[in-house]
Design a protein around this ligand. Structure first.
Ligand SMILES: C[S@@+](CC[C@H](N)C(=O)[O-])C[C@H]1O[C@@H](n2cnc3c(N)ncnc32)[C@H](O)[C@@H]1O
Length: 399
């Protein structure tokens, strides 16, 4: 068998130990950049939706760093601690590699687990089949040692194994969040909200910074605005470890998760930064955005106004401190469509009044993009809610 696994990585995991970040397609580079900047760990994009984070050697340091990434990253959708990689993507090799890993060091007795499988190969064509194979191999490992195998519960697992197949090879690891990390207290019932990890990834691609003014003229319920402000101010996500799967894994019981989370949550925005402003024509959305900004601890740092883009006055002397217009205007898909084209035209007009600024705009429709009337900018393909969208960056010329 040629799978790469060696002691003494994290409890018999890969050497050198690393995390696999999973993002929305197009945002892996942004997530890698965030982890490097926020936590000083080496990270690099390995595909449109995956990035590798190198972890320091030594069990304690490895686990501490893995926990910090899981608690702090805004742009990662999932964080997986890989235990084995480069396994040939065929059933016998995968089952053998899985039986070879010391699951009894990770999974507590009686704690239910599930397997999430992604990707396919000619010999492993169905993710359900891969998940079943993996589950059986893990339970075989326990039984072969005369131990009680952990129960399987695909609906409410407390530990989640991750098997990813790509280019004929498999990676096997533990999903430290236990699922998608995107929900962190924002409202999910608002109109067309972006997922928080996607919003943070876009803000990172746009290059938001504390010393650059930020304007979102279609801020809706404020997800993009709040994530962008937090990214600009260098604030980590600070998740509650009790809601994450890593707390159930045996090795993390020795990691001071509550202390780590407290340290991340205690970080405060710098007192002095450029103005951050959101606006929306809909009073209900404005109220939601204000509430979200307050919940995110950004009250007093981000202003939200009720105004249509047509009526929004650009800041005085905008060229003196060039900022970023970062926005997700209506696409006319889920939102009632009247005036959508006019709104995009008005955004183009507003942008032309902001010389030296950057317009960073998410578009799901090239016809709407053309309404901006701006020369083509840099384009990043991103998959947003199943839509093959473009994130466009326009440097706005000084007059
Ligand atoms: C796609 S949503 C924005 C979602 C937002 N980025 C978020 O993260 O929640 C588009 C928003 O544009 C607003 N809108 C539509 N036409 C507008 C206009 N002419 N001026 C200002 N806002 C407008 C809608 O009320 C809606 O909240």
């Amino acid at each position: 068998m040629t799978s790469r696994r060696a002691a003494p990585g994290p409890r018999g995991g890969t050497t050198p130990p690393h995390l696999r970040l999973v993002t929305a397609p197009g945002l892996a580079g942004a997530a890698a950049g965030e982890v490097s900047a926020l936590l000083g760990l080496p990270a690099r994009e390995t595909g449109p939706a995956t990035a590798d984070v190198g972890l320091p050697p030594g069990d304690d340091d490895t686990l501490l760093a893995a926990a910090r990434v899981t608690l702090a990253s805004r742009a990662a959708g999932r964080v997986v601690l890989d235990l084995a990689r480069d396994i040939p993507a065929e059933p016998d090799a995968l089952a053998a590699a899985l039986r070879d890993l010391p699951w009894e060091d990770w999974l507590p007795v009686g704690v239910p687990f599930a397997v999430r499988a992604t990707g396919r190969s000619p010999a492993l064509r169905h993710t359900l089949h891969v998940a079943r194979l993996a589950k059986d191999a893990v339970r075989d490992r326990f039984r072969a040692r005369g131990r009680q195998a952990p129960p399987v519960d695909p609906r409410r697992p407390r530990a989640l194994l991750d098997v990813a197949i790509r280019k004929g090879r498999c990676s096997v690891g533990l999903d430290l969040g236990g699922g998608s990390l995107h929900y962190r207290g924002g409202r999910r019932d608002a109109t067309a909200p972006l997922r928080e990890d996607v919003a943070a990834g876009l803000a990172l691609l746009a290059g938001v910074r504390a010393d650059r003014p930020l304007l979102d003229p279609f801020c809706g319920s404020g997800t993009l605005l709040a994530e962008a402000a937090a990214v600009a101010l260098g604030l980590p996500a600070a998740r509650d470890p009790r809601r994450l799967a890593l707390g159930a894994l045996l090795p993390f019981r020795d990691v001071p998760l509550a202390e780590l989370a407290e340290e991340l949550a205690s970080r405060r925005p710098p007192g002095d930064h450029a103005p951050f402003l959101g606006a929306d024509a809909d009073a209900v959305r404005v109220a939601e955005a204000r509430a979200l900004v307050a919940r995110a601890g950004l009250g007093g740092h981000v202003e939200v106004r009720e105004a249509s883009v047509e009526a929004l006055e650009p800041p005085e002397n905008p060229g003196a401190r060039p900022g970023i217009v970062l926005t997700n205007p209506p696409w006319g898909r889920r939102l009632a469509g009247t005036g959508v084209r006019a709104a995009w035209r008005a955004l183009g007009t507003l942008a032309r009044r902001l010389p030296g600024w950057t317009l960073a705009v998410l578009s799901g429709d090239p016809a709407l993009t053309r309404e901006l009337g701006l020369a083509a900018g840099r384009r990043h393909p991103v998959l947003v809610g199943g839509v093959d969208a473009r994130f466009l960056l326009y440097p706005l010329r000084s007059r």
